[in-house]
Design a protein around this ligand. Structure first.
Ligand code: UFG
Length: 333
């Protein structure tokens, strides 16, 4: 019988890529998503979608029955939104995750891969960032993800058989398998750049060019979504009872906002106006990982290292789906 994996947030950008990959590999995939951010049409039809909140602990425990593992993507993840509505983030990300852990405990599901973030490091004292760097988030989003990391560790203290791998993602780009990135409202750099290139925005705004970085704009480490999903697969395959593992997932290279503007212009062949605006609250100047641990321990070796290719994959998806997932959502097949 196929191994059952429950994927929370499987209708989202990263989760939908993970679901497709697991289904292709023959897993029995159950998606739990409240569709507050995700898109039903992004869920591979071979997976079973259960539309529900993580907060419904008892129902969730029933959904989890017989699962071998949980991949926990479901969360809100917009830094600036978390600054303005912190309690919504604590409720969604922390209370939701605690409910999931309770449900896992009662259904005796003991393997978890958790989506954490580079935002838990705050402003790092030095770059690149290793997993043992101090965690001092500078925004509520990072605080909530760190709180869940600690809840997992505490649960592991009480249940020595509970295994968890925490993946701290850096910035995620690219798309594959006919899937794409479609947030409403959109706040992420690459989709916004592409909307500007497509003429859907009259300009692109750089949020601050007075950071202590080489060109004054923020630097991020961009990892392709397919390589990120691969990290989950390797994490699951390596998991032993009682494991407590933490890995940063990024390439170990940084690109500035201005560099991405130039790359987007080159990839799309389209020019668009750029304006420098004030800094966005909660943004650290630079986040770049040291990928040594995941490379050495899991044998993770990212296949997509070219940011131009990653942006090109998103540009193709946008040209094929000018309204994102919306058109398909309005006319369900
Ligand atoms: N940016 C702009 N203009 C825009 C949008 C973004 O200048 O219109 C800048 C931001 O200020 C930031 C960079 O582009 O410096 C990247 O911004 P994103 O919103 O794409 O990503 P973040 O770095 O804020 O956050 C992302 C994820 C988080 C995750 C974090 C980890 O959204 O969930 O990466 O590095 F925690």
């Amino acid at each position: 019988m196929a191994m059952k994996i429950v994927v929370t947030g499987g209708a989202g950008y990263i989760g939908s890529h993970a679901v497709h990959t697991l289904v292709e590999e023959g897993f029995d995939v159950v998606v739990v998503d409240n569709l507050s951010r995700g898109h039903q049409v992004a869920v591979d039809r071979r997976a079973r979608l259960v539309v529900m909140d993580l907060h419904e602990t008892e129902r969730l425990a029933r959904v989890l029955e017989g699962a071998a593992a949980v991949w926990h993507f479901a969360a809100w993840s917009v830094v600036s939104h978390s600054v303005h509505d912190p309690l919504a983030y604590w409720d969604m990300n922390v209370t939701g995750s605690v409910s999931l852990l309770r449900a896992m405990h009662s259904a005796q599901v003991k393997r978890l891969v958790f989506s954490s973030t580079a935002a838990t490091y705050g402003i790092p004292k030095s770059l690149p960032i290793r997993e043992d760097a101090p965690q001092a988030p500078i925004n509520p989003y990072g605080q909530t993800k760190l709180a869940v990391e600690r809840a997992i560790a505490d649960l592991q203290g009480a249940d020595p058989e509970f295994s968890a791998t925490i993946l701290r993602y850096f910035n995620v780009v690219g798309c594959a398998f006919g899937l794409g990135e479609d947030h409403r409202p959109e706040t992420h750099l690459v989709p916004i750049l592409l909307q500007a290139a497509a003429g859907l925005r009259d300009h692109f705004a750089i949020f601050g060019d007075d950071y202590p970085t080489p060109d004054g704009t923020c630097v991020r480490d961009y990892v392709h979504v397919a390589d990120l999903v691969k990290a989950h697969r390797l994490a699951l395959a390596a998991m032993e009872p009682g494991d407590r593992r933490v890995y940063n997932v990024g390439l170990g290279a940084g690109w500035s906002v201005r560099e991405l503007v130039a790359t987007t212009r080159a990839v799309t062949g389209r020019d668009f106006p750029v304006r420098v605006k004030a800094r966005r609250s909660g943004d650290p100047p630079a986040l770049v990982t040291d990928p040594t641990r995941i490379t050495r321990e899991l044998g993770w070796s990212p296949r997509h290292r070219d940011i131009a290719d990653a942006i090109a994959s998103q540009w193709s998806w946008m040209l094929e789906n000018p309204e994102g997932w919306r058109r398909l959502e309005e006319v369900p097949a």
